[in-house]
Design a protein around this ligand. Sequence first.
Ligand code: CDP
Length: 787
Amino acid sequence: MFCNTSKEIGGLGHGLKRKEDARFIQGKGHYVDDIKLPGMLYMDIVRSPYAYAKILNIDASKALEIPGVLAVITGRDLEKYNLHWMPTLMSDTQMVLPTDTVMYYAQEVCAVIATERYIAADGVAAVEVEYEPMKPIVDAHKALDPGMPILRPDKGKTDNHIWHWEAGDREATDKLFANAEVVVKEQVYIPRIHVASIETCGCVADFDPIEAHLTMYMTTQAPHAIRTVIALVAGHVGLSEEKVRVIASDIGGGFGGKVPVYPGYVIAIAASVLIGKPVKWIEDRMENLQADSFARDYDMTCELAATKDGKIQGLRIKTLADHGYTDAAANPSKYPAGMFSICTGSYDYGVAFTEMDAVYTNKPPGGVAYRCSFRVTEAVHAIERMVDRLALEIGKDSAQLRMENFIKKEQFPYHSPLGWEYDSGDYGPALQKAMDIIGYDELRKEQAEKRKNGELMGIGICSFTEVVGAGPSKDFDILGIKMFDSAEIRVHPTGKAIARFGTKSQGQGHETTYAQIIAQELGIPAEHIHIEEGDTDTAPYGLGTYASRSTPTAGAAAAVAARKLRDKARKIAAYLLEVSEEDLEWEVGKFFVKGAPEKSKTIQELVFAAYTNHPQGMEAGFEATHYYDPPNLTFPFGSYICVVDIDKETGSIKIRRFVAIDDCGTIINPMIVEGQIHGGLTQGLAPAMFEELIYDEDGNMLNGSFMDYLVPTSVESPKWETGHTITPCPHHPIGAKGVGESPTVGAPPAIANAIIDALSHLGVTHIDIPITPLKVWNILVEKGVIE
Ligand code: CDP
């Protein structure tokens, strides 16, 4: 079949239906819990009921009496092989299983291996652990107080401070603030939340004692990095890297929560190695909620300086970060606070300074990039709240204030005061489009009228700038591994292809969009390009999928690898058509002789010739690999506007409208992008109004099940109205920027700003998210609206 238009081949910009959906909508996806291997055993984990306690004794005798329970593995067992500790991705250390002390509620204490899943659970119930509880540190603000227990003496620590980080010019910023006409200040706390993927974490560790080979089937977003970590952690017991194969098949959502190495994985590997049989471990929903890596937990003191008429001049933010008992965030090594320094936002001003201190507490570790580029959500929340705060202070419309302060189109590439080079942007039109769609001016008039009657209506804006696509390898690495990504394309003689990648989709649609990129570059229909990810034995090395990096890195690698192949096709075409390469022209799917379009060779003919009739001296075959090291990050942006109505009797909040205008450069598949934005907006609604992990003063999690931790569904979600502008990325081969996380980053401040705007005439300047009806009701009582 020869197709000669981009649409026919499913090239860029076409809403091709997702190839992967054929199996997903028929229930034929293949997830780790679908794996059943001969002789497979099951693992379940005993977890701590205390946030901080000494383990006095673990008595497994009753568990071992249960028929089918084969073993109970403790920290002391792992200690014999030096496997009781492992490195975190931030070069801290984390217990696999404790030998003497538990550090957080629901921490792994020991593991039961049995012939059946439910027998393993019975075994867990029968293990008797004797604890000596100690007073935990729950409040990060008290972690550094004198007299607090030192949580990490194993690291030679004499206090609970982990690191201090800063960016920008402290002196110049302090000077500016000292002389500024207007300074606004707010304490903005973004609480701990949970990555609630549909599928929990899990693995099947399959060690073959004859070959000394481990196959690890697992729900990981970064299979190659995990293989390297396994080899680093367990190389000394024979698991060297060529003997480890990580296979990530279908994944039911990752969102950053499936980047870390969890203790359960290492215990399952140890159990499989010790027993010589495959061992499956699948977390249950409550374990996933209570013990997996958390997100956010930043307490930010934010200040914005401006002139009286609203020219923003400077930003200062001081943050306290609660990392739990170990720093197990998954940030690039050089960026302990991820990309928080994007916090200057979409606005043009010269001076900023931000500093942060991270502390240990008795909570689960983490700080994962929950659908955000390593702390961008926190950064955007800070600046977008503060811009609204300034608008309120000086009595200027918040849209107008933004418009007046935006970095202008002609200023790109723009150098931000905290060191980023924004690649491209055009912020005004995106906000204007959102304002036009939602009818901003009319809404403001309506709000003024409603206020006269005591009705509560608010309009909130967020005009965010994102930073995605880690990353240029000169700056970005994880555990020293440079953050490039890769694509390998192999075209078979009949012109059909397989392409493999170092990334790993968890539902984003890579099987479709990568095929579209290659289709556009080579003219081979997307339906004939099979995409494979997630098997470290076959895919080229890559750093995986998180932080919206797949399109900026592996997507670019696909385009460059395809262009290498097109260069080869040109050589073959010149040979077959007996002209020089310069005499040839390319149009989607074929080369033709300039001025003689009837003399042409299709890509299919050229690929066939690569196996059957290629020029003497040319290497046979038609395949190419590219490891793409991006020259810069990509900076997607957008403007969101939210309208809320608040019931003045109950405090209940209704999102009346929400318009999201996104700009991710060239759009590969508009249908997939819209899907990404819908899902991401709902994941932004979640922390804005519902989700927060709550601990009592003893460190017990108070909302450790979905009975109490409210994940929004379609019932709670408003109708999302989406649109876009297109400002191509100047350095990406097809002009694309990442998009997956923009809505999760942009939605919370838009919603928070709308709710606060509805209450601002009562003197409310800030409310921490999640903004619940109860919080609003309390404010209404305090302000005398409810008697
Ligand atoms: O790394 P991750 O796949 O999570 O994020 P992404 O690169 O932002 O891509 C999310 C999905 O949107 C992928 O299927 C992309 O190919 C698609 N996308 C697109 O169609 N056009 C863009 N400009 C960016 C992403």
